[in-house]
Write a protein that binds this ligand. Structure first.
Ligand SMILES: [Zn+2]
Length: 133
């Protein structure tokens, strides 16, 4: 899907996440002490307060937990309609990613659909978008 996208501002905590797609792999922070996944990225595990959190690779698949179809043309270059979905990430219990479902008609998207990551690169950012698996 071409068009306008808001890009995240990179910092020391989130840089690994937004550049993870450079090798095609999706990663989330995981606590080395209790294995809790930590997203959005932050330097301390919310479960056990350990500071030993580091990026872990996940399979890159997931399931649509909920979604909405946006028809509003927020920006002139925005192509509508498009799907905003919350994806439950496989291999990372408790992690949900709010993202777009691309490369299929909006009416083909449903809750429970299996999806896989499809990175879209903008400069030094790889947005983790998803397509139907
Ligand atoms: Zn922990």
């Amino acid at each position: 899907m071409a068009g306008f996208r808001l890009l995240p501002r990179l910092n020391a905590e989130n840089r690994f996440f937004w550049t993870s797609g450079s090798d095609g792999q999706l990663r989330f922070l995981q606590c080395e002490a209790c294995e809790t996944f930590v997203h959005p990225p932050r330097p301390i595990c919310p479960n056990c307060q350990s500071e030993a959190v580091s990026p872990a690779t996940v399979p890159g698949t997931g399931v649509i937990d909920t979604y909405t179809i946006n028809h509003q043309k927020w920006q002139p270059m925005l192509e509508v309609p498009y799907v905003i979905a919350r994806v439950a990430i496989d291999g990372a219990p408790g992690v949900y990613l709010t993202t777009n479902i691309i490369d299929c008609p909006v009416e083909a998207v449903d809750i429970g659909d299996a999806v896989k990551v499809a990175f879209e690169q903008h400069d030094d950012v790889w947005l983790p978008l998803f397509e139907k698996a």
